[in-house]
Design a protein around this ligand. Structure first.
Ligand code: SAM
Length: 222
């Protein structure tokens, strides 16, 4: 398995603990994240053969890694940080064996335009749904916590509509098997959200569920 944008590798390591996953390679361009991932791997006594972590920009990966994998996986907070999905899909196709599968679970782009302080009765459109330009914001914290007092406060993200995601993967030669949509978020996307026992965040007062998370499976045709 190839795990793209693995951050500090917790999900990569969880996958390797599953007996069906013999070997996983996590990739991220943050040196701090990759060195922490290697430390965690060592702490739980897994070998580099089972869980390998590579520091690389995703877009540069084909230049440093020649292998193809049975599964390419990425989840929760990934494509929003990538400017170019056509190139992203090409990288995925390059590293997938014929017959191999690609799976992504991430925030639904439907919710990207709305301001953090939006409520179900007042969805305040602050950004375009379409990928017209980078979404630049300044915050003291991040999705991981809002009170960190960050030194570097500015972030740039990119809203990729569902159509752009599907078309990029299709153009790279993959066959889409499904897209599933869910009415909960994996992080506190809006200020008024409540979290349930499974760590899923819900907009209160909603009689009409909105799509806040999606998953997609695609295959590299044999
Ligand atoms: C929100 S985190 C993903 C979190 C991950 N799902 C987890 O649970 O740990 C996004 C990650 O994407 C990485 N990233 C952003 N742009 C990248 C790029 N062009 N190449 C490689 N990694 C990138 C960041 O360093 C960060 O670790």
């Amino acid at each position: 398995m190839l795990h793209l944008q693995c951050h500090f590798g917790l999900d990569t390591l969880s996958w390797v603990r599953d007996e069906d996953v013999g070997h996983a390679t996590g990739v991220d361009f943050s040196p701090t994240a990759i060195s922490t991932a290697r430390e965690l791997r060592d702490q739980i006594g897994l070998s580099e053969e089972r869980a390998r972590f590579i520091e690389s920009d995703l877009y540069e990966l084909p230049a440093t890694l020649s292998e193809a994998f049975d599964v390419v996986f990425t989840s929760y907070g990934t494509i929003y940080w990538l400017p170019d999905l056509d190139r992203w899909a090409e990288v995925i196709a390059t590293h997938l064996e014929p017959g191999g599968i690609f799976y992504i679970a991430d925030g639904h782009p439907f919710a990207n335009p709305f301001h953090y302080e939006s409520t179900i009765d007042d969805l305040d459109v602050a950004h375009p749904y379409f990928n017209e330009e980078a979404i630049t914001e300044e915050h003291d914290g991040s999705y991981a916590g809002w009170d960190f007092g960050l030194e570097n406060k500015r972030s740039h993200g990119f809203s990729h509509p569902i159509g752009e995601i599907v078309t990029a993967l299709n153009d790279a030669g993959l066959r889409i098997e499904f897209i599933h949509e869910f009415p909960w978020s994996f992080f506190q996307r809006f200020e008024t959200m409540d979290v349930d026992d499974n760590g899923r965040w819900w907009l209160p007062g909603s009689d009409h569920d909105l799509p806040l998370t999606f998953s997609l499976k695609a295959q590299n045709p044999a």
